[in-house]
Design a protein around this ligand. Structure first.
Ligand code: HGY
Ligand code: MN
Ligand code: MN
Length: 411
């Protein structure tokens, strides 16, 4: 049994979706609930309708394309997030929802109605690029993990609340609990790898057996604002000096721990941000990840010790909040085996690897069996407009996704 995936359709959908929020030559800037986001979700819904799927928009703006099965029972769902980094590329997230739609459309055209219900989903938000504390807004609504009142208190980078952003496009925050699902059996997510492992191995497709745990610290280091020339070094409480030591310290810890530990200081703001002023404060983020639960906690403890020690020694006040926190996630072993076996039957060579990026799958794992498929990323690049995967590789990935869905829903 060979499932045909139309490469021309795949390329057309990727390019058309990337036009909503197009940024520079090859990038996309599409934050949740923005006008570009609204247009992109409408387009996805339209394509689902064109494919003969039943379209549902839920209370947080996730879009579901449903192909009803003959038998009763829980659904087999695939998809990913439709929002992007600022800017991101054309593939991170977007590829997962298009792959799900194309896989279901191809199965429907070639094999008709399945036994089990198949669904493609575009999750509204995963990147935390408009609201830094969302923790995967779209999939968290589906698992019932958005607390009452959270939308009202959650603030965006532009200081708007999540509730206001939702209302501005006609969504009612009080209805968020209605997005919760308890009828999903399996969630399969296709995503670009976003790293160099597949390229190094000379392979197009991987099966993902685990997803890293990750945490974001949002840190404020406060010192004493002073004149850059007249105030002696030994009398300063300089938060920039503290920041430099902390950044080098936590990055150094991850370097010493070695793969797969990672730590990134990606965002920094200082006040008043002037060349001749010892700053009053420095605010920065630490993104830190490890797939092993115990090693992850040990690394966090080490980072927190570094922050406290540096601040104390330099007479600085330090405060932090943990804005994003996801536990590591192990893929369902039977799904991993099924995907690997299916790939063999389909003549698709794969390797099995963990994910260093966070994904909606790790939220969905709270209510469903999950596994992921990775597609090779050119030069391992992602979270940049340079992100690229070839249509040939993508079609191999979608072919595996479709064959996996066939096993689960038709066989
Ligand atoms: O940062 C991540 O791993 C994901 O892309 N949100
Ligand atoms: Mn992603
Ligand atoms: Mn991303």
């Amino acid at each position: 049994m060979q499932i045909k995936i139309d490469p021309i359709l795949v390329e057309r959908y990727i390019m058309a979706l990337a036009a909503f929020g197009a940024h520079g030559e090859t990038g996309v800037w599409r934050t949740v609930y923005s006008p570009e986001w609204v247009a992109a979700t409408k387009q996805f819904a339209k394509w689902c309708e064109d494919a003969g799927l039943t379209v549902k928009h839920d209370a947080v703006g996730n879009v579901w394309g449903i192909h009803r099965g003959i038998a009763a029972g829980k659904s087999i769902v695939s998809g990913s997030h439709i929002d992007t980094q600022k800017p991101g590329g054309r593939y991170d997230g977007a590829l997962g929802l298009l792959a799900a739609l194309i896989a279901i459309k191809s199965l429907k055209e070639q094999f008709g109605r399945p036994k089990r219900t198949l669904e493609a989903v575009a999750f509204c938000e995963e990147e935390s690029s408009r609201f830094p504390t969302t923790n995967f807004w779209g999939s968290s609504a589906v698992t019932g993990n958005i607390a009452p009142g959270q939308a009202e208190t959650m603030k965006g980078y532009a200081d708007e609340t999540m509730a206001d952003a939702m209302k501005a496009i006609g969504l009612e925050p009080a209805r968020i609990p209605e997005a919760k699902r308890d009828d999903i059996e399996t969630f399969l997510e296709l995503h670009v790898e976003q790293g160099p492992i597949l390229e190094d191995a000379g392979l197009a497709v991987a099966v993902v057996d685990a997803i890293t745990g990750l945490r974001h610290y949002r840190v404020t280091l406060t010192g004493v604002q002073n004149h850059a020339g007249a105030f002696p070094m030994d009398l300063r409480n300089d938060p920039m000096a503290g920041f430099a030591e902390i950044a080098a310290g936590v990055i150094g810890t991850a370097e010493r721990l070695g793969r797969p530990a990672v730590t990134t200081v990606g965002q920094i703001n200082t006040y008043p941000n002037m060349p001749s002023v010892v700053p009053a404060n420095v605010r920065f983020t630490i993104d830190t990840r490890h797939p092993d639960p115990a090693a992850r906690m040990a690394m966090y403890a080490s980072h927190e010790k570094t922050m406290k020690e540096v601040a104390e020694r330099r007479g600085l006040k330090i405060e932090w909040e943990i804005s994003v926190d996801h536990s590591p996630c192990i893929s369902n072993p039977s799904l991993v085996t099924m995907l690997r076996d299916t790939a063999k039957v389909q003549g698709i060579r794969t390797l099995t690897m963990p994910s260093g990026a966070g994904h909606d799958s790790q939220e969905m794992e709270k209510i469903a069996k999950v596994a992921m498929i990775f597609v090779r990323s050119k030069d391992g690049r992602s979270h940049t407009i340079e992100e690229f995967s070839s249509i040939e590789d993508i079609c191999e990935g979608i072919r595996l996704l479709a064959a996996g869905m066939y096993e689960l829903a038709y066989a």
